[in-house]
Design a protein around this ligand. Structure first.
Ligand SMILES: *Cc1c(COP(=O)(O)O)cnc(C)c1O
Length: 219
């Protein structure tokens, strides 16, 4: 679908939740090396882009350095890639999946970096992210001890299943944690991808990360 079509579906979904809900779209560009695709999205008005590998992000950041793009890192970050990522000056790191990772970024960063805490809301062993029951303690511990980690909220990947009830459950669990963190400054609840973004928005997501469904009409 085109960006316009996506925006229309987001608009309908957010009104099912609340007319006050504003949903940001991050275009996930990991499926293409062709920066022309990103330029087309940019020309259509897209400003936030997401990548899950530091190396790929580096190429695209360098190729598009003249455009005011917000780069979101959304993948599992290996400790030996932290310096390389920080040099790219990402707008946000969405995938803080342990206290240790936050500590390592905190040490290497020379200014506060916007970050989200990733929650493994479906408890699938193949997924990264904190177990939901540890999320709040970890969030508060990071906030208290790591000044270069500017926590802005939470991120999750919905349950990997066709069972809508299970998907909804994983989003609801994450939203619930988000609500408990709002008094501590949490503003962003990043959930929803190509196949489940409407469910995520109905459950309160205010940031969706869309890859395949969007890129297919630009490639
Ligand atoms: C790939 C990816 C997305 C986008 O996935 P699609 O299903 O292609 O929309 C979103 N979030 C993360 C963390 C990803 O790795």
């Amino acid at each position: 679908m085109t960006l316009d079509e996506l925006i229309q579906r987001v608009e309908a979904a957010r009104l099912r939740r609340s007319e006050h809900l504003i949903v940001q779209i991050v275009a996930v560009t990991k499926y293409t090396d062709n920066v022309e695709v990103l330029k087309k999205l940019y020309e259509d008005g897209q400003r936030a882009f997401g990548e899950n590998r530091v190396q790929d992000m580096e190429k695209k950041v360098n190729a598009l350095s003249n455009l005011p793009i917000e780069w979101h890192f959304i993948g599992n970050l290996q400790k030996n890639k932290i310096n390389k990522l920080l040099k790219l000056n990402p707008f946000m790191i969405q995938s803080i999946n342990s206290y240790e990772l936050a500590e390592a970024i905190n040490k290497r960063a020379n200014k506060p970096i916007r970050c989200l805490l990733e929650i493994n809301s479906s408890k699938e062993p193949t997924k990264h992210g904190l177990p939901p029951e540890e999320a709040i303690d970890t969030y508060l511990k990071i906030k208290e001890n790591l000044p270069n980690i500017n926590l802005q909220g939470v991120m999750t990947i919905g349950a990997h299943t066709d069972d809508e009830k299970e998907i909804r459950k994983s989003f609801r669990l994450t939203y619930n944690i988000f609500e408990q963190l709002k008094p501590y400054g949490a503003k962003i609840c990043s959930m929803g991808m190509s196949k489940d973004f409407e469910i995520a928005i109905e459950e309160g997501s205010n940031m969706i990360r869309i890859g395949s469904a969007l890129l297919s009409s630009y490639m």
